[in-house]
Write a protein that binds this ligand. Structure first.
Ligand SMILES: Cc1ncc(COP(=O)(O)O)c(C=O)c1O
Length: 487
């Protein structure tokens, strides 16, 4: 125990200061058990500190004249009860509310609590989703002068960040030809890293894991490979905020990644837009914050930030057990339905090889709305908030439906030639070209439907007849399909 330890406990909105002034007191045999009891109580009670929530509640309760933004002034808007209930807590950076990108108060404290839960070196809250986190991770790589080696299965947020930053990418294509949920081996990254280092570059590696279907890459093996080349490993873990809390910790940071983003809003009870950016080394955090403010709004939503704190609190107070229970329930559900060929190994993505379009329509008739469907698969996204009765209903409905035959994914052609830089092509004047006339032209800005928002051909790549076939395969309406081209 330190010579003078002071703690402020928040108990039902009243504050108690605990001051232990002299270290001799701590070694006193009579006082010793008492002081440890007080320390224990302090630690227990400090677990329920909710700095953002407490600040917002206090501010709403004191009802000051709000001579600051936002314009609703915390007042109800007739006819919009849900918004009216939220407005009193929707504030801007007033005194005491801290400032997200220069946090040194309540936001810093909330971030530290979430970081401790995950065991991250540093963690930044994002009210701009994983999209903002991906932009910041890549900006960090740019300041280090890194070349980006990326597994081709990327969300368009990655591609857009590369366009904004003017980054070029060395792509690794999936061994099994599946662009949505590809299989990549550490050996593929190892040879790309070797070639990059031999060319005098300082590489980094970027992978998406879990992918949209719940496919998981071998992050532990990949991080070992990256370390051998002094290359940071960046993971788009937008779909994996819960992975740290499975019986076996499968979170990228625990497995050796240097940076990763988690969309808390996808798998935990957070508001849409709530995400966190982790770094393994604490000293990287200040620069990450600086990069986040390059791209983020200067008015991050305090409602979203509060929901990040709430998710952390929920995890600490029973949420972890709920996550484990849901993983077991999902496993049991899969086992009950052997007629389905399940894809991916992440438990909350209930993904099946199927004629997803007709299966999704059948499920909709039974009152189930899926996350994603195409002619090869269907994805039902679970979370720890999925209840027992929903598992039972889903099991019954899925048993009554026919998954149908999934379309066969075409083999991938040779990687396309990069005829222009990503940035140049994405920011050039473009025209819409039917796929039947696209061969030989250069892909312009990528317009890819979300979900799953995974580009097939990237900006600046020359489209070959083989890639036209792949584009046609993934089009919702091959007759009408077109692509933006710049030349
Ligand atoms: C794999 C992947 N990465 C990144 C993103 C972007 O995340 P966000 O919506 O939190 O900005 C998404 C969104 O769906 C995604 O699926």
């Amino acid at each position: 125990m330190t010579r003078s330890t002071a703690g402020v406990l928040s108990v039902s909105r009243c504050c108690i200061a605990v001051i232990i002034p002299d270290e001799n007191l701590c070694s006193n045999s009579i006082l010793h058990p008492f002081l440890y009891f007080v320390k224990g109580v302090f630690e227990k009670m400090s677990e329920v500190r909710l700095p953002i929530t407490d600040f917002l509640s206090n501010y709403a309760r004191t009802k000051p004249i709000r001579a600051h933004m936002p314009g609703h002034k915390g007042k109800p808007l007739p006819g919009f009860p849900a918004l009216s209930a939220a407005f009193p807590y929707d504030i801007t950076e007033i005194a005491g509310a801290d400032s997200l990108f220069e946090a040194d108060g309540i936001l810093l404290e909330a971030e530290a609590r979430t970081a401790a839960l995950y065991g991250s070196g540093g963690l930044c809250y994002s009210a701009g989703g994983s999209t903002l986190c991906i932009q910041a991770m890549l900006a960090q790589m740019q300041t280090e002068g890194r070349t980006v080696i990326a597994a081709r299965t990327v969300h368009r947020a990655f591609l857009n960040a590369c366009v904004l930053l003017g980054l070029q990418v060395r792509w690794i294509f999936p061994e099994d030809g599946n662009l949505l949920s590809g299989h990549y081996t550490p050996a593929q990254f190892s040879s790309a890293l070797r070639a990059s280092v031999q060319a005098g570059e300082r590489p980094c590696v970027y992978v998406t894991s879990p992918d949209y279907l719940g496919g998981i890459q071998d992050i532990a093996a990949l991080s070992a490979v990256c370390r051998g080349y002094d290359a940071p490993l960046l993971v788009d873990n937008a779909h994996g905020a819960h992975l740290a809390f499975l019986p076996e910790n499968r979170h990228p940071i625990a497995l050796g990644a240097d940076y990763c983003c988690d969309s808390a809003h996808k798998m935990l009870p957070a508001l849409t837009g709530g995400a966190w950016l982790h770094c393994r080394e604490a000293e990287k955090k200040p620069l990450l914050k600086q990069h986040m403010q390059l791209f983020g709004s200067t008015s991050p939503s305090y409602l979203i930030l509060q929901s990040l704190e709430a998710s952390t609190h929920w995890l600490r107070s029973g949420g972890i057990e709920r996550i484990r229970r849901t993983a077991a329930q999902a496993e049991a559900l899969r086992a009950k339905l052997p007629q389905y060929r399940w894809l991916g190994s992440e438990p909350f993505h209930l993904s099946a090889a199927a004629d997803g379009i007709q299966l999704a329509a059948a499920l909709r008739r039974h009152g189930v709305e899926c996350e994603y469907a195409d002619k090869t698969c269907l994805v039902l996204l679970l979370s720890p908030m999925t209840e027992e009765w929903e598992f039972s209903r889903l099991a019954g409905i899925l048993a009554a439906c026919d998954p149908g035959a999934p379309a066969v994914i075409p083999d991938l052609p040779e990687p396309p030639e990069q005829a222009m830089t990503l940035r140049e092509a994405a920011l050039s004047r473009w025209e819409q070209t039917p796929l039947t006339e696209a061969a030989g032209r250069i892909c312009g800005p990528v317009q890819v439907p979300c979900p799953p928002a995974i580009p097939v051909v990237m900006s600046g790549e020359r489209i070959t007849p083989g890639w036209c076939n792949v584009l046609e395969f993934y089009s919702a309406d091959p007759q009408q399909a077109g692509i933006c081209t710049v030349r």
